[in-house]
Design a protein around this ligand. Sequence first.
Ligand code: AVJ
Length: 325
Amino acid sequence: PPAAAAPDRPTAADGAGDDIAAIALAGLTATPKCLPPRLFYDAAGSRLFDRITGLAAYYPTRTESRILHMQAAEIATRAGRGTTLVEFGSGASVKTRLVLDALRDPAVYVPIDISADHMMTASTALARDHPGLTVRPVHGDFMQMTTLPLDDAPAGTAGRRLGFFPGSTIGNLLPDEAVAFLRRAACMLGHDGHLLVGVDLEKDPARLIAAYDDPEGVTAAFNLNLLTRLNREAAADFRLDRFAHRAIWRADAGRIEMHLESLADQIVQVAGRGIRFRKGETIHTENSHKYTPAGFARLARRGGWRTDACWTDPERLFSLHYLIQ
Ligand code: AVJ
């Protein structure tokens, strides 16, 4: 058998070397205060997110995996042979394996991730299990990228590029940002590129809130870990016992919002600046937008994509959209 392949060294792309202190100050001096959700994913945050995916209340990951498994043949038929799989935000990539196993002789896997260590760990394991696959990691923020730093596909791969954007991470984006991302993805994937997007569906708000405020407190730890990261990387002195995790359903915006609420009037030092918090004031840390299948198809259309197929689970908790141009 061919020697077990190893991933290439990651290619640095836009947003790879973030200045955490500058990003933190920009968000914490804004009104209302906010921080970008990509800051969640330091090593501890990535581990906490992996734990979230196994929580009983957090249905998206297992539901999406089940749909991927059920629709593997449908995906393979549409994608064709020799595919280059481009994954926007590669997690521990259980779902990636489901897609790679479904595809017919995929040629190249391109994970794009802001967390280089996490990506290289997952890529090395995946390359070992798929010796015939070329793995080309890209270290960067896919929200800031407009081109894929890939030279042309390795010889002998006639396949198209299939984008894979799982987990409903697209829900982190405001609708207009999601449209802008979809337009950029069309450029990165090329005119015959396809795009497979996981989208969490609107449902009973109680079910949604439980998924973002689990009784085990793992999501609270995930949210609060952001402050620990700022203490370490932005010379801050947040006292975690003075902030509380909040998850709210904003029906008017069709999204779950995560916040960190200040439990007292306090001043926190961040990168040499004193940031004032009033009791009850929050830092808005994440949006998770929820769609109907038709609503997401309309958004995809605005981003230049047509919905070739939309698959859901029997309970219609989650959906997978297969988009073409
Ligand atoms: C990884 C962004 C899809 O929005 O559901 C999980 C992150 N936040 N629990 C989501 C998350 C709180 C997750 N995404």
